[in-house]
Design a binder for this molecule. Structure first.
Ligand code: RNT
Ligand code: ZN
Length: 423
């Protein structure tokens, strides 16, 4: 029996086991196909971007640590790496681009001057790949963001600069959505905060609210653009206060019916982001996720199939919200092979979704409503040792991407042949 026959045989046996608890494996795989994960462009080069030949992340309360060789240093390499990663991940992804990744062709274009033409080649690339795109204003790594405040700055000139940038980003995002025939989610995350105890939090939050009102004054069709806003607990060097905290943005999102972006690193370590989904869904139209793996703080480690990621996926499925929750990733690990990071992290997010889709929902609900809590716990535990891996392997086979550990050698080869030759 050849390799793929063995995978199919294991799949058939696994399928029967799931059928015995009332789970239709084929339906689960079909649902996963329709749930794209948005690949964040910034894992490829440690949040550097292409504004200048040596752009690198500075400030913003975020940090990429490590200096693993071979990072993408220009658009050509960046696209190559994304294509490589996508070739090793089952199903279709999206591309989530930050404004600093424009195709500036050596021209110095400040953030308040960016235009559609700087992103047209990305849109064309996405069209070629048959994928949708999401977009982000880049409100960090810039001299006008150097004193930790941007859209909430008391200095009108500074905040106007960032308002202009963000307005342009929304317009570009809407055009991406239009050209690609799939709404683009534009996410606003800003660093604004304070290292030590501020006395005037209220004015900064009032200013941020006004800036957002101005930014959102222009209306775009929902078919082209969806607006998301992202809160944070604290950033490095901004430990005492974050202007856009969870209460601020959730309030703003509810009042203005924008999407709320929940980043799994942006809450207290004992809070579960998965638990927030069913609450937020009652008050905002849709949710954007930035799935990441915080270790002790917002460390942005590569996503793994851990309890936090699984709960997020379970709640999306249990809330029947696959079309109202959008999964983006937000990790940037510069200490390991960066394409490897993409593939491990994205596959883990997809595996969490598949695991959740393979839950015997009716049975679990019956136990819960009947007060049979031992039975509920037992079934949830049993699911962990069901032959989930056989279904996942078959899913990869079906999508013609490397099965099980096979992608490791592909990435090693890419490192040897491509990454190690970069200067
Ligand atoms: C930072 C936020 C934000 C960024 C990206 C680069 O803490 O999570 O989403 O990581 O926009
Ligand atoms: Zn984020």
């Amino acid at each position: 029996m050849n390799h793929s026959d063995k995978i199919k045989q294991a799949f058939e046996a696994a399928k029967e086991q799931y059928a015995a608890i009332g789970v239709d494996v084929e339906t689960a795989m079909d649902q996963l196909d329709k749930f794209p994960v948005s690949l964040h462009c910034w894992q490829a080069d440690d949040v550097g971007g292409f504004e200048t030949p040596d752009s690198s992340l500075s400030g913003g309360g975020i940090q990429a640590t490590g200096n693993y060789p071979g990072k993408a240093t220009n658009i050509r390499e960046h696209r190559m790496d994304l294509e490589m990663a996508m070739a090793l991940i089952p199903g279709k992804q999206r591309l989530n681009l930050h404004a600093i990744y424009g195709d500036f062709q050596g021209e110095r274009v400040d953030r308040n001057q960016i235009e559609l033409r700087h992103f047209q080649s990305w849109i064309d690339w996405a069209k070629d790949q048959g994928i949708g795109m999401d977009f982000n204003c880049s409100v960090f790594s810039h001299p006008k963001a150097s004193d930790d405040l941007t859209l909430s700055h008391k200095n009108k000139e500074i905040r106007d600069f960032w308002i202009e940038h963000t307005k342009r980003c929304r317009a570009i995002g809407a055009e991406m959505g239009k050209q690609l025939g799939s709404p683009s989610i534009h996410n606003i995350w800003i660093q604004d905060g304070s290292k030590d105890l501020p006395v005037d939090r209220y004015t900064h939050r009032t200013i941020l609210k006004d800036s957002l009102d101005e930014i959102f004054a222009e209306k775009y069709s929902n078919e082209h653009l969806k607006d998301a806003i992202e809160s944070k607990l604290f950033g490095i060097g901004l430990e005492a206060m974050t202007v856009g905290n969870s209460e601020f943005y959730l309030g703003y999102a509810v009042a203005n019916q924008t999407l709320i972006c929940l980043d799994s690193g942006h809450f207290h370590p004992t809070e579960q982001v998965g638990d927030k989904i069913s609450s937020a869904l009652l008050f905002v139209p849709e949710i954007l996720l930035h799935v990441t793996r915080p270790i002790r703080w917002d460390s942005d480690h590569v996503v793994t199939l851990n309890d936090d990621t699984v709960l997020i996926a379970q709640e999306i499925v249990r809330c029947n919200a696959l079309d109202r929750v959008h999964m983006g990733l937000d990790f940037f690990d510069a200490s390991i092979n960066r394409i490897g990071a993409y593939v491990v992290g994205t596959r883990a997010a997809q595996q969490a979704m598949l695991f959740a889709l393979l839950e015997p929902r009716e049975l679990l609900l019956k136990y819960e409503e009947g007060g049979q809590f031992f039975e509920r716990l037992a079934m949830l535990e049993l699911l962990k040792t069901k032959p989930f891996g056989a279904i996942w392997d078959y899913y990869c086979l079906k999508h013609e991407v490397p099965v099980a550990q096979d992608f490791i050698t592909d990435i090693q080869q890419y490192e040897k042949e491509v990454l190690s030759k970069r200067v």
